[in-house]
Structures are given as C-alpha cells and as structure tokens.
Ligand binder design. Structure first.
Ligand code: 3H9
Length: 699
C-alpha cells in the first residue's frame, strides 16, 4: 500500500509509504486522490499528511520523466488537496523537495521537525517546479525570495522556513503525534482551510525592470541554461495572471523542460552520480572497514584541502609533514581557509573552530600508528612515493588502508613497495580538495574488495562522488585531459588565438577555457613534468612547444601575472598579450606549421572529439566501469557542463554514427594515430548499439 488513509477520532491521516524517498509515482498520486475522496466524505474535522521512512516526499518520481504522463497528474493531486473543505496539515520530516514541497504548499498548514528542510531543486534537473510551485511560493514568501529558492535549487532549513512563513510550526519529538496535536489546536481555534492560491502578490513588489536585471544576473550565474530563465517567466506570470492561468502557463513551460535535452542530460547525471559508487562484482557480504581516524602525509595545498574534507565531515585527522616549517604553513593555510568561510557566512566561528580542532599536526611518522586510513599527498615522484609507502608499511597498524593521492603514477608500483598491496588504493582528490566533489578511487591489481568498498563508503561519507578507476597513466580524468589539452596547443600553433579557443569552450558551457585553466594551475607544473620525460614520451613537440616557450620567458600563469594572457596586477582581469601571439607565430615557423583561420566549430569539435575518443578507449579497457562514470568525472572534476550530461552522454546525443564519422575524418586528414577511432566506438556503431546497451569488461 503506497498510500493509506486512517480515521483517528476527529482526524484523518493520509500516510505515504513509498521507499526510499516517497517519490510521487503514479501509484502514490492515485493513492492520495483516493484518500482525499475518503477524507472529504467522512466526519473528520482536519487531515494530516505524513510520510513513512526517512523523509517526507522528495519530489516527482524522476524515473517517470521522458515516459508518457499518467493521470492523475501532480497538479491535479495538489488541486484536490487544496480544495478540501477542512484544514489539511502537511507534517514534514527529512526533506520536502520539488513536487513534495509543492504538495505541502497545497496543504493549508505546514508543520515540521526542526531537523527538516524544504526546497525546490527542479532547476538542478533542468526543470522548473511544475505542480504550482512557481505560482504558490511567490504568493507565500514574495517574488524575490521565491525566485532565489527556485533558481538556486537550494534547500532551506526549518528555522529559516518558519521565519519566511513557509512553515507554521516546528517541533522536536514524534512527528505524527505533534502534528495531530497541532491539528486539534487548529480545530479548537476554528481555523479554516487557508489556500495559498487565494493570496495575491502586491504589484509593486517586483517591477518589470527588476525581472530584466534578474534575468541578466541569471545569464551569468547559470550560463547557457534554459530552466532558470523559464522560472523567471513563470513568476512573472504569477504576478500578471489569475492563478488558474498562471498554473497553465507553468505547466506548458514545465512540459518544454521535461522534453529538453538539458533536462535529459541533468537527469542522466543525477542517476550516474548515484550509480558511480557501486562496484559490480563486489559481493554484498563485503563490509567496509571501520574508519575513525585519518592520517595525511604532506601539508601542502592538496594535503590541507584533503584534511579539511575529513574535518568537515567530523572525522579527526593527523596531518603530517616532513618539516615543522611546512606543517606550520599548512596549518596556517587551513586556518585562513576556514576564516574565509566564516567571513562569507558559510560557517559560524564555533563550527570553524570545531573543525580546525579535528586536525592535529605531526612531523613524526610514529603518530600514524593508530590511524585507520592514511593518504599520501606528497611530491609527484615515484621514488618519493615509494619511500613514503615503505615507511607507512613499518608504522601503520595491520588493517590500515594506505592510499595515494597520485594523479598519474602507477599505483601497482606504489603498492609493491609495501608488504600489504591488498591494502593499497589510489584516492585521487581534485584541487581545491575541500571544494571539488570528485574522488577517483583507483583499484590496483592487488587492492582487496574490502578496501575498495571502504573507499567508496568513505567517499560518500565526506560528501564526495566516488568513481572507480583502473590503473593507467592519468586514470580516467587526466588521461582524457591530455588529449583535450593537446588539441588546445595544436589549435594555437595552427592559427587560433588563446582567447578564441577559451571562448569557444566557454560558450559550449565549460567552467573555464583550457588555456585559462593552464594559467590558473601554473604552466610550470606541466613543464616540470615534461622535463622528467624522454623526447619520445613527450610526443609531438607541436603539442607543447608554446607552453614550454612561455615558461622559459617566465610566464608561469596567473601567479606570475602572465601566461597565455597577461593579468592586471590589481583586478586580475586578463587580456590578450601580443607577446604571446609572437611566441605562437615563432613556434609555428620553427616547426613549419602553415597558420590558417580555424572556425569555432572546428575548435569545438576537435576538443570534444578528443575527449570522447579517449573515453571510449578507457571504457573498452575497463579503466572506467561505465560511460556514466566518465561523465561524472568530467562534470565534477573538470568543469564539463552538467546540462550537457558529460562527454559520453553528449556523444550519444550527437549520435555515435556522426561522432565516428567526424573522428574518421580527423584521422584521414591528420594521419595521427591518436585520431584512430576507438575500437569500442566502431563496434557500437557497427552493431547499432547505444552506450546504454553496452555491458563492459566489468559486467
Ligand atoms: C519534481 O519534483 C518536479 C515537480 O516540480 C513537478 C512534477 C509535475 N525520484 O540521493 P540518494 C532515489 S522533480 C526517483 O542516494 P540521500 C535515488 O535515485 C524532483 N528516485 O539518498 C536513489 O535510488 P537508488 C525534485 C529518487 O539520502 C535513492 O532514491 N526532487 C528520487 O543521499 C536514494 O537517493 C529532487 O530533485 C526521485 N525524486 O538523498 C530531489 N529522489 O538507491 C532528488 C531520490 O536506486 N533527490 N531517488 O540509487 C535528492 O535530492 C536526494 O535523493 C534526497 C535523499 C535528498 C531526497
């Protein structure tokens, strides 16, 4: 029974029970309508709507989008609840989200546990609140607050919701009992049904110009996204139209969103994120090890960021550095970062102090004797890593997990420097580690299932999206990035300016262009890494000669005020530098490259197809378990626009046949082996299969 109705003296209780999150599937919607009919006809004086399990309704059932809509629709359910002629009280625990919150807004009163929160996260799925949210919320809390909630998709906690007037009552304790007491209070007071639809929005609360400037801000904040702009239109409609017409307007915009490619892409990412931590082949009986204390080696920016990730989740950390001076610097940087969070109002001083207190500094490896898991974040050199791991092997207790944060190096070789390779795993965090959500969990040949399961569970516990990767140079993300970065270099030497390349990729939706990313990270990093390689390993000099020449001129990127661009020392605004254009032309001459004008389309295609082709190879080799994992890596670690679903989903949207044709053309034109189409791509096209049809080497 997804929905039950029970009469308890003078109260009716509608109880929803659709685990795991009480999503509003067709059966639930039908069940609520049936319950409303019973409630209307019996002798009860008020109705309480409550949910079983861990949360109030978390929204429409996302699995139903993209399939034919089945009645009753959620707007119909909400209209039925709102029209009941006795007070209806929503009793909220956990999170009332999306359609779940809209259902609560159709009830006449709302109460919640103090631990609850409410929100309209539809925008994160490329949707808008399509069951009256855009019409009811502005009537209840005003246009500006409603727009902010709906366009950010952020939840608000019960206290904020009470202050805003979204909730009427909050309490601690047994929700159903408290809600029933509240309902009886309302009956005693003679409270009447109170419909938000009947409230009006004052016409002067938000004028036409304010809507225009709000749209302009959204264009920057939500660059390229359709749903946020449609939300603004719906709220404008709420102001200018009667409720019923506003609802119809909202419905038609909602249906446009449901059918959009952007929403399909964001829904794909929603499910891919949840699937990523699952590792087929690991037996359900494998239980993760208990992890209560973490050790981190290296108090640099990376080590400090990793330490903060654990402290933020309440897990104590021992942060070790080889020198007192390095340790002091690292701890000071952590303190500074927490200070910034306090000044931005993201943390209270007390919270920041509590978190900092969880991080203890050390310079003596003996202090790591009792940690359950240790992560090495030292200099990227195999010799250094091997020394660190053999030392850890000596000091760490049996059963402790030994992890490396290497971005490229061979985890098998690192594991071999210990007597317990089964306990060694890669945990590749992305910078800044306390902010970025991606965590590549690298399984080496001997890593035990228990260790992988522990890493996945721990990643989730600290709020990351863990993705399994196999061992190869650069794992999933950086291996693909090399192909993408190569195209940026080649496009430059062949004729494009840095600003053209960056703006093409920004217009596609990338968080930053490849050359701006280079300047931000520092061009010296790649330069140093190349110095350690042989000429053969470095590959085609055209793919790095410009970067090398810039470093040799002291242009190390933003930190030096100059890289691919020059940077204003005060504002840090970037501009094109004729010196760089000269360097590019000089390198083209040196390598005999005939420069030409490159179209934006060519630049975009070459970058994306380079990612996609390598993605197919990675999938074929079993380095990634699923295409969706690659998408999650690119969205959460490399600024790929989530509304395009990640490189592999995007390839599917373009059509694998078309993608193959374009890669084949690039291969023919250049003769470069890296443009040889990936075997898996050819196989899927030949067999007329999609990526979803394909079951990879990992099952
Ligand atoms: C909407 O409401 C549109 C309306 O305005 C208009 C309609 C006309 N549907 O995240 P978790 C599954 S749009 C189906 O790991 P947590 C999820 O896939 C919707 N399934 O748990 C997973 O399944 P599995 C607006 C859903 O405790 C399982 O539940 N609402 C839905 O970390 C557990 O999920 C949202 O955008 C759903 N709506 O977090 C809210 N939600 O175990 C989306 C979850 O098989 N949901 N599942 O992988 C969330 O934000 C989080 O799931 C929540 C719980 C915070 C609720």
């Amino acid at each position: 029974m997804l929905v039950s109705y029970q009469q308890l003296d003078d109260l009716g209780v509608i109880r929803i029970d659709n685990p795991p999150v009480n999503a509003l599937s067709q059966g639930v919607r039908e069940g609520i309508c049936d319950a409303v009919k019973l409630a209307q006809g019996d002798g009860t004086k008020a109705i309480v709507v409550v949910c079983e399990g861990r949360t109030f309704i978390a929204g429409a059932d996302i699995n139903e989008f993209g399939k034919p809509m089945q009645e009753p629709t959620l707007p119909q359910v909400n209209a039925a609840l709102e029209s009941l002629t006795k007070p209806v009280i929503a009793a909220i625990h956990g999170t009332a989200l999306g359609g779940g919150f809209e259902l609560a807004l159709s009830c006449h009163y709302r109460c919640a546990l103090t631990s609850a929160s409410v929100g309209l996260p539809e925008v994160t799925l490329g949707l808008l609140p399509g069951a009256g949210g855009t019409q009811r919320l502005p009537r209840l809390i005003g246009v500006k607050a409603a727009l902010d909630m709906m366009t950010t998709g952020k939840k608000i906690n019960a206290t904020e919701a009470l202050d805003l007037g979204v909730l009427d009552r909050v309490f601690d304790g047994d929700l159903t009992r408290c809600a029933m007491e509240y309902a009886r209070e309302l009956i005693t007071e003679g409270a009447r049904p109170r419909q938000i639809r009947d409230l009006s929005i004052p016409n002067d609360s938000f004028d036409k110009d304010s809507f225009e400037s709000y749209r302009g801000q959204l264009n920057k904040r939500k660059r390229g996204q359709e749903a946020p702009q449609k939300i603004v239109s719906c709220v404008e409609a709420a102001m200018g139209m009667p409720f019923k017409e506003g609802l119809a307007f909202e419905r038609s915009r909602f249906m446009e969103c449901v059918k959009s490619e952007q929403s399909a892409a964001l829904r794909h990412i929603f499910f891919a994120e949840r699937q990523a931590p699952r590792v087929p082949g690991i037996d359900k009986s494998v239980t993760p090890r208990v992890v209560q204390r973490i050790g981190i080696i290296g108090a640099g920016t990376m080590g400090g960021g990793i330490a903060m990730s654990f402290a933020n989740a309440g897990i104590p950390v021992t942060l070790l550095d080889s020198s007192e001076e390095g340790l002091e610097k690292g701890i000071a940087l952590i303190g500074k970062n927490y200070g910034v969070s306090v000044s931005k109002g993201k943390l209270s001083e007390h919270q920041a102090m509590e978190r900092e207190a969880l991080i203890t500094g050390a310079v003596d490896y003996g202090k790591l004797a009792d940690v359950d898991l240790v992560i090495e974040a030292v200099f990227e050199s195999m010799d250094v890593k091997r020394q660190v791991f053999s030392r850890l092997d000596e000091v760490c207790k049996q059963g402790a997990i030994l992890a490396t944060n290497t971005s490229y190096l061979d985890v098998n070789e690192i594991a071999a420097s210990t007597s317990r390779p089964q306990d060694v795993v890669g945990l590749h965090f992305f910078s800044p580690a306390n902010v970025m959500r991606l965590l590549e969990v690298v399984k080496a040949e001997s890593t035990s299932d228990e260790v992988v399961a522990t890493a996945m569970a721990l990643g989730k516990r600290i709020g990351k999206v863990p993705v399994l990767a196999g061992v190869c140079y650069g794992f999933i993300g950086n291996r693909m990035l090399r192909q993408y970065a190569r195209e940026a270099q080649l496009c430059m030497i062949e004729g494009a300016e840095p600003a053209q390349i960056d703006s093409v990729l920004m217009n596609f939706g990338m968080a930053m262009g490849p050359l701006s990313v280079g300047d931000l990270a520092g061009l010296d990093i790649g330069y140093k890494a190349r110095q350690a390689l042989t000429e053969k390993q470095k590959g085609d000099p055209r793919s790095y000669c410009i970067a090398d020449a810039l470093v040799e001129l002291g242009r190390l990127g933003q930190k030096a005020g100059a890289g691919y661009y020059k940077y204003d020392p005060e504002t840090r605004a970037r501009s094109t530098d004729p010196v760089v254009l000269d360097v590019i032309r000089e390198q083209a001459r040196k390598y005999g490259v005939q420069r030409r004008a490159l179209s934006d389309e060519e630049i975009l295609n070459r970058h994306l197809l380079a990612l996609i082709n390598e993605g197919f190879r990675i999938l074929d080799e079993g380095i990634a378990q699923r295409a969706g994992d690659i998408d999650v890596v690119y969205v959460h670690g490399y600024g790929f626009p989530a509304y395009r679903g990640g490189p592999m989903f995007y390839a599917g949207q373009r059509g694998l046949v078309n993608v193959l044709k374009e890669i084949e053309r690039l291969y023919e034109d250049t003769g470069e082996p890296y443009w040889a189409p990936a075997t898996l791509l050819k196989k899927l096209v030949a067999e007329d299969l999609t990526l979803n049809d394909w079951i990879g080497v990992n099952g």
